[in-house]
Design a protein around this ligand. Structure first.
Ligand code: HEM
Ligand code: SF4
Length: 634
């Protein structure tokens, strides 16, 4: 019997089980080869050959291993960085003008300061510009004072809400240009920072947010903070601009300073104010996460570098396994861009970690593409070189061989939601916040609780918040107060919502093609309704992530069901991620109109319910039952 064929545009997906069909799906036509009980959904398009990424190098470190000194084309942003006097010109000047916005060069530079220029895409009659600010909080750590400051700033200068992001940071939307300095300096004076939260450098370093008094967790968090410090820009542009040159950096550990300044293997620009970054910084954003074995609360494989603490039999941390080359962003209709999972690189003893990280960063700095930003992430370098060559080059900068990758237990997604013992007599409480959007009564109540009990908080990589250091006697009153504001214990939240994420998309994101954050509540309700219709129980769940464009800010390519905006009110559907975020999803359908989603969901969930093997997750089921092959998207 012929198999049912699914697919549109760039993907054709075939269900290996003949009876699985997408009944009544609009805009897709039957193929003559399909049997009477199956609906073929394949469109036929011409095949284009797309360029494969080539490695081009442009920047020369002072004394790095030999490489050809070719002058090649550079992207516009490279020229802007070069002429910026370390991220100052023309941003300084542009900030002083009366205009509500800054010019194109300054738009690029202000990213390094942790801000994006935006405008409301739904307002008619001229653009009303504002700035989005993103903080940098290694491990998601937010001291009490900083939380209260961010809460005030959102009301006084923002749109009245705070957003907890997929990278354990805050985003504050809607700050107008004339208020930028006040807002930035308030954050800095509250021991916060936005330095390097966007731009071509190391972004916020992730680590599990749980405040557990366990050696491996503490060590992972300390390492994340040390890596963040190692890769913080040194040339002072940030403090010059926002606090008139006052230095507000906390004291750095001597081993961090030593590792940064070490140039025994030609990694540094010795006379530059930016010893690791030089004038050109990195070719593109760079993302690092640290975790402990088994805790994949940080989507470890989606990062440029993933670091995992390895301990001995007594629980003493000894070193780290390192993964490299993860990344989410891609571009529609360009199959030469793709999401990628990180590969194992090797193991290093704990005292070498900062040197190994620096060697990897420098390998990307020297060899990542700077001509076309679509191919500038380290994942493309590793893809074109292969991991062996990449490891060889990193080892030259590291000055040692990597040891054999140590065996690790299975990864688990740990949400850190609900009440838990910290292990030091206190409790912590993880709270689910839909899409990380803190507003209204939830915002007022969170503030009240955090202020009254003087709590530090942590942001999770799933857009949730953890309240830390709670005395046992406070548990009951805090639970009651939070519940009244809709901040419920996880057992009272729909399991679909607990793992779902969406990026902000409309109205402020300039790249959004369709809705994400504003659309996901309805999508989740519709999935729940389909679950009920096909007889799936309430406690069953599927990881659903939605983004308004293929950049993938809510990591949709790791979801069991990913929706990626590919047109007005339409989504590309991705299937096959795993509940523990270790498998990359694959494209299943393109251009599914939002009103037609049930036509896709229903047969999939129906057959998952009927045909899954014991405890088989939706992602595993679709990987077993659906076979995919790609054709170009046109
Ligand atoms: C080429 C452009 C971009 C790419 C490839 C990209 C990619 C990503 C990725 C993969 C993340 C996931 C966080 C993580 O790293 O673990 C992220 C986070 C984020 N990005 Fe982007 N991004 C781009 C541009 C933008 C723009 C223009 C905006 C809006 C102004 C934006 C807003 C965000 C937000 C809000 C988050 C946090 C997501 C959340 O919590 O929902 N991104 N970005
Ligand atoms: S995924 Fe696209 S639409 Fe969503 S925030 Fe990122 S850039 Fe904007």
């Amino acid at each position: 019997m012929a198999a049912a064929t699914f697919g549109a545009a760039n993907t054709t997906a075939t269900l290996k089980e003949p009876a699985i069909q997408l009944r009544g799906f609009d805009g897709l036509r039957s193929s003559s080869s399909s049997s009477s009980n199956s609906l073929a959904l394949t469109r036929h398009f011409g095949v284009f050959s797309l360029p494969t990424p080539r490695r081009l190098s442009t920047i020369k470190a002072v004394s790095t291993p030999v490489k050809p000194a070719t002058e090649t084309k550079r992207s516009k942003v490279e020229i802007i960085k070069e002429h910026s006097n370390f991220i100052r010109y023309p941003l300084n000047e542009e900030l002083l003008t009366e205009a509500p916005n800054v010019n194109e060069s300054a738009v690029q530079l202000i990213k390094f300061h942790g801000s994006y220029q935006q405008y409301n895409r739904e307002e008619r009659g001229g653009r009303s510009y504002s700035f989005m600010l993103r903080t940098k909080n290694p491990c998601g750590k937010v001291p009490n004072k900083l939380y209260l400051t961010m809460d005030d700033l959102a009301d006084q200068f923002g749109i009245g809400t705070l957003r907890l992001t997929t990278r354990q940071t805050f985003q504050l939307h809607g700050v107008v240009k004339k208020d930028l300095k006040t807002v930035m300096s308030s954050i800095i004076h509250s021991m916060g920072s936005t330095l390097g939260a966007c731009g071509d450098l190391n972004r916020n370093v992730l680590a599990p947010p749980a405040p557990l008094a366990k050696k491996d967790y503490l060590f992972a968090q300390q390492t994340a903070e040390d890596i963040a410090a190692l890769l913080t820009p040194q040339s002072g542009f940030y403090y010059d601009m926002w606090v008139d040159g006052e230095k507000f950096m906390t004291a750095e550990a001597p081993e961090v300073v030593k590792a940064r300044n070490d140039n025994s293997h030609g990694t540094n620009f010795p006379d530059s104010p930016e010893p690791i970054y030089g004038t050109q910084f990195l070719p593109r954003k760079f993302k690092i996460a640290v975790t402990v074995p088994g805790d994949n609360s940080v989507d470890i494989l989606t990062n440029d570098i993933g670091v995992v603490v390895v301990s001995d039999e007594n629980g003493e941390p000894q070193g780290f396994n390192i993964y490299v080359g993860g990344g989410m962003g891609r571009t529609h209709r360009m199959e030469s861009t793709f999401p990628r999972l990180a590969d194992p690189l090797g193991y290093v003893p704990k005292e070498d970690i900062l040197y190994a990280i620096k060697a990897i960063v420098v390998t990307q700095r020297e060899n990542g593409r700077r001509d076309d930003r679509r191919y500038s992430r380290m994942k493309y370098l590793i893809d074109s070189w292969g991991i062996e060559k990449f490891r060889d080059v990193v080892e030259q900068y590291y000055g040692k061989k990597f040891e054999q990758f140590r065996e690790l237990p299975e990864w688990e997604f740990k949400s850190h939601l609900g009440w838990h013992e910290q292990g030091d007599g206190a409790l912590f409480c993880g709270l689910h916040v839909d899409n990380g959007r803190v507003g209204g009564k939830m915002k007022t109540t969170l503030r009240e609780v955090i202020e009254k009990y003087n709590l530090d908080v942590r942001i999770t990589a799933n857009q949730n918040i953890v309240l830390c250091g709670i005395k046992k006697a406070w548990k009951r009153p805090i639970t009651t107060t939070l519940a009244q504001a809709g901040l419920l214990q996880p057992k009272y939240v729909d399991p679909l919502n607990l793992t779902a994420m969406a990026c902000p998309a409309f109205p402020l994101c300039p790249l959004a093609i369709t809705e994400a954050e504003r659309g996901i509540p309805d999508i989740l309700k519709r999935v729940r309704a389909v679950f009920e219709k096909v007889g799936l129980k309430y406690n069953e769940s599927v990881v659903i992530r939605v983004t308004g464009c293929p950049n993938g800010c809510a990591r949709p390519y790791m979801a069991e069901l990913g929706l990626v905006g590919d047109g007005p009110n339409s989504y590309q559907i991705w299937l096959g991620g795993a509940p523990n975020q270790t498998v990359l999803a694959r494209t299943f359908l393109n251009k599914v109109k939002v009103q037609d989603l049930e036509n896709v969901f229903e047969p999939l969930f129906y057959h998952w319910k009927r045909r899954r093997q014991s405890k088989e997750s939706f992602g595993d089921f679709t990987n077993r039952v659906v076979s995919y092959y790609s054709i170009p998207y046109f």
